[in-house]
Design a protein around this ligand. Structure first.
Ligand code: ME8
Length: 504
């Protein structure tokens, strides 16, 4: 048994969550469920980023104070996660004292150690990214609103850690995944790294954590939010807990916030004498046509509406099945329906109905007693026995679509096996053929159960329905060995929870 600590980004509570936020959180949930079912001890952390300019502006727009705003908007996230069956272990809000107290202590310590210094700085400032940008970035980048600012501020000596960070990335191939993103970060680090401006004068922004050594400033929202990954697990508060979980196995996020996680965060940890996380995993974007789905562009899919219409598990399935790690993916209702109908309604759902209807009709609703296995049976058994191992390997390598595909492909194999055996014809023939169809249906039901169990982390609720239809709800979800469905045990009631979606 080992430990598995996985995190999502802390989402800004300036707006409601959309499919992009749902994706990262479902991915973390699937990994957490998979590791739990493997017997690992799991800590799955998510939460909300509640300080900074974006939040202050959102509250001003609504005419409420920021605290009232965040207390209301955090519920949009918590409600959606509940609806999506997200089984997190902890939800951290950056306005909680368990977080803010530690952030203040660290700021003071870094100031005392000389890791933070004051300086006057004149430069370009991106309003949307809430940070100073270089002249080159200002010329080339896609920043909507840029201001020229001259300000006294506080800076973290990030540049001191540039060489150490490059060395860490080069000697730890799994530190940033996938490798394309790792190369991007190494490319970025070829240029001199600036120190990081970690303060905002209260004259511009007062919704943040006050600098303990200068009451006229609050800290930069990222210098606050990133620390959640250690404050949530008891850093400098509950040492046993911290030692148990840190370093994180995975920080999950999309590529938009890779630099903050792969450059700012490790250097902050180095300055604080804390070990670095094991893997920073950056996935692609869900796109609407050619553009990124994003709050500021307003082209978002509201997950609540989609779930109401199609159900939670099909949405979880589609998001996990259709995004290859590291690549962008396109979200369309047509694509969703096509995937649902082919994998879930046809390959999986029909199989559930076929197998259970035949057992109800010809075997008195009881799992038949198998006879001797022949070559065709043994070939199928071979495939079924090797599948769990392959799924495990794909998940460990973060190839979630491949893990799903292998499980669905087991269903396709079963469908073909049934076509070959045609038990619906055999049962009409003489008694000697009965034992062949009993064997066929016994194996089909048992292997169908294994395929279903492998998909449990992705679709927990509907898989449990299927297991109860197969009379297998008492079999431990993590046991995918063959032969656990006992001959003579009764099937449950019901039919496949994946009815076909008719396309208008
Ligand atoms: O960046 N496709 O919060 P945020 C895929 N508060 N994933 C997407 C997505 C899309 N179109 N849009 C959003 C912040 N995401 C900071 C994080 S962490 C200490 C602070 C997901 O609300 C994806 O995980 O803008 C992305 O990285 C995150 O939401 C950004 O969430």
């Amino acid at each position: 048994m080992s430990k598995f600590y996985v995190t999502t980004p802390l989402y800004y509570v300036n707006d409601k969550p959309h499919i992009g936020h749902a994706y990262t959180t479902i991915l973390a949930d699937v990994l957490a469920r998979f590791h739990r079912s493997n017997g690992d001890e799991v800590y799955f952390l998510t939460g909300t980023d509640e300080h900074g300019q974006k939040i202050q502006e959102a509250a001003e727009k609504r005419g409420v104070d920021p605290q009232t705003h965040v207390d209301e908007y955090v519920q949009n996230f918590q409600n959606l996660w509940k609806k999506l069956h997200i089984d997190y272990d902890d939800f951290i809000r950056t306005t909680e004292p368990r977080h803010t107290d530690r952030v203040k202590e660290l700021l003071q310590e870094l100031w005392d150690k000389g890791e933070i210094y004051a300086d006057e700085y004149e430069g370009y400032y991106s309003v949307s990214e809430e940070r100073f940008i270089t002249e080159k970035e200002a010329e080339e980048g896609d920043f909507r609103e840029i201001k020229k600012l001259k300000e006294r501020n506080y800076f973290f000596k990030m540049s001191n850690y540039q060489d150490k960070l490059i060395e860490h990335i080069e000697t730890h191939p799994d530190f940033i995944k996938p490798s394309t993103r790792r190369n991007e970060v190494l490319g970025f680090l070829k240029k001199p790294l600036n120190d990081l401006c970690i303060s905002r004068p209260k004259s511009r922004l007062n919704w943040g954590i006050e600098l303990p050594f200068d009451k006229d400033f609050v800290t930069y929202v990222w210098f606050d939010a990133l620390l959640n990954y250690i404050t949530a697990i008891g850093w400098r508060n509950d040492n046993d807990k911290f030692e148990k979980w840190w370093p994180a196995n995975y920080h999950l996020m999309a590529k938009d916030i890779l630099t903050t996680h792969a450059v700012y965060w490790p250097t902050m940890l180095m300055a604080s004498d804390v070990q670095l996380p094991k893997t920073i995993l950056s996935h692609g974007w869900w796109m609407m046509g050619e553009t990124k789905m994003s709050k500021s562009l307003g082209n978002v899919i509201n997950p609540m509406d989609f779930i109401e219409q199609y159900g939670v598990d099909p949405v979880r399935y589609f998001l996990m099945r259709d995004m290859v790690l590291g690549q962008d993916a396109s979200f369309t209702e047509d694509g969703f329906i096509r995937r649902y109908n082919s994998d879930l309604a046809n390959d999986f759902g029909n199989l559930v109905n076929r197998v259970t209807i035949l057992i109800h009709k010809h075997f008195d609703s009881k799992i038949p007693q198998p006879g001797k296995f022949d070559e065709v049976d043994l070939e199928l058994i071979g495939v079924a026995k090797s599948t769990p191992q392959i799924v495990r390997k794909h998940i460990e390598e973060m190839k979630i679509p491949d893990a799903i595909e292998v499980s669905i492909s087991l269903m396709r194999n079963l469908n073909r096996y049934l076509e070959t055996r045609a038990p619906w014809k055999l049962v009409k023939e003489d008694k000697s053929a009965w034992s062949v169809s009993a064997t066929t249906l016994f194996l089909s039901a048992d292997i169908l159960r294994i395929g279903a169990q492998l998909l449990h982390p992705v679709m927990p609720s509907r898989i449990e329905t299927i297991l109860s239809i197969l009379g297998a709800s008492k079999i431990p979800i993590n046991d995918v060995s063959l032969g656990l469905l006992k001959a003579g045990s009764s099937l449950g009631e019901g039919k496949s929870p994946f009815p076909r979606i008719d396309v208008k």
